[in-house]
Design a protein around this ligand. Structure first.
Ligand code: TPP
Ligand code: MG
Length: 379
């Protein structure tokens, strides 16, 4: 909850969180936090159904990517499984003019920005750098360097103010995505300082999926992450990150506050990484099955399905159509991945500097010779 506490929300951690849809699919009309802000959503029946469709679609394309990685078609994959509501809810809360700075796991946000979902497949296959136009879609390139994008986002947000682009419904706001682990990085804390003192129009959206690879949350912080904002002088709020409605409501309000000159907000989306950190990780080495099971009961998609069913907003025919459309998209992605070329490792030197550098050129030459030494031999 926001600064000042009460135990609210079904299955909430101590201190509570903003929740508008319980794990059983019960709708909570509105939530008022200790600082007096009230959160609610006012969706049409179609908008509720569209949100459900988004959730199912991004889970399906993520599952296809995981399968393709296992079949040797992608070099690695960072799955969003379990984090669909945090990503779809926050992504849909962005207005068209808002700018997003993702990590490497934000395939769901990417999808909500209207980017062709094939793009991250090329990146994780190693054949390109992602390939989307960051300015056209207002969604920057993926970053692997933990926390670095929060500084880029802060600088960009300060620029938005300097360019006079804030204010009113058409004003621009910025969102920076990062994980629980990233909060230990200097960059993230520096971003908090700069955004705070410059009152930058930015929302810090932390997906607390409970792990930084194998490190659990209790090895990362002594206080709930949203309370870190107190020390930097801006509001922090925790939401049920498996609740797409609460995620939408709180993110939309924080972005609108930012665009209207009220400065940054830190949102902690309390969620869970259901899969491995990446396809290179084995989570059974550091967490127990019962923990994963307990989070299955809080699944973001099944609660939305339960809600739609109880409210008679959707029937089996609708759910079947959504599944079929997601399957068709996944098969299309598969075909397009299979048609991609093999990665050429030597291209890793291509984008280090825009105009080249003697040192990198020498490294490229050395690597190309090394590679050529294998040619013709079985490897
Ligand atoms: C600066 C830096 N240090 C270390 C790493 C290695 N690394 C990759 S992912 C990761 C954990 C990140 O955890 P979190 O921020 O919680 O994000 P999540 O992967 O859970 O989404 C680390 C330490 C890195 N990529 N960059
Ligand atoms: Mg994490």
């Amino acid at each position: 909850m926001a600064n000042g506490e009460s135990e609210v929300g079904v299955d909430a951690p101590a201190g509570g969180f903003v929740q508008l849809l319980t794990p059983d699919g019960e709708r909570i009309d509105s939530v008022t936090t200790a600082d007096g802000a009230t959160y609610s959503v006012d969706f049409t029946d179609d908008e509720y159904r569209e949100l459900y469709k988004d959730l199912v679609t991004v889970r399906r394309l993520d599952a296809e990517a995981t399968a393709l990685q296992r079949q040797g078609e992608l070099g690695i994959w960072a799955s969003l499984l379990g984090q669909e509501a945090a990503q779809v809810g926050s992504g849909r809360a962005l207005r068209p003019q808002d700018m997003a700075f993702p990590t490497y796991r934000e395939h769901g946000v990417l999808y909500t920005r209207g980017i062709d979902p094939i793009m991250p497949f090329g990146l994780f296959r190693g054949v390109d750098q992602g390939g989307w136009d960051a300015n056209k879609y207002k969604f920057n390139g993926y970053t692997i360097v933990i926390g670095s994008q929060t500084l880029h986002a802060t600088g960009y947000a300060m620029g938005v103010t300097m360019d006079g682009k804030t204010g009113g419904p058409d004003g621009e706001a910025v969102i920076a995505y990062f994980g629980d682990g990233a909060t230990s990085q200097g960059e993230v804390n520096e971003s908090f300082v700069w955004s705070g003192v410059f009152n930058a129009p930015i929302v810090f959206f932390c997906q607390n999926n409970q792990y930084a690879i194998s490190e659990p949350l209790e090895r990362q912080t002594r206080i709930p992450l949203y309370r870190r904002a107190d020390g930097f002088g801006f509001p922090g709020i925790r939401i049920d990150g498996n609740d797409v409605l609460a995620t939408f409501a709180v993110t939309r309000a924080a972005l609108d506050n930012a665009r209207n000159g009220q400065g940054p907000t830190l949102i902690e989306a309390y969620t869970y990484r259901m899969g491995a950190h990446t396809s290179s990780d084995d989570p059974t080495r550091y967490r127990i099955a019962s923990e994963v099971e307990s989070w299955k009961a809080k699944d973001p998609i099944s609660r939305m399905k339960a809600f739609l069913t109880k409210q008679q907003l959707a029937d089996d025919a609708f759910f079947g159509e959504v599944d079929e459309a997601a399957r068709t998209l996944a098969l299309d992605l598969r075909e397009r991945v299979l048609a991609m070329p093999d990665p050429q490792p030597v291209t890793m030197f291509d984008h280090v500097y825009p105009n080249g550098s003697p040192e990198v050129d020498a490294q490229r030459k050395q690597f190309a010779e090394y590679q050529a030494s294998f040619e013709g031999s079985a490897h």
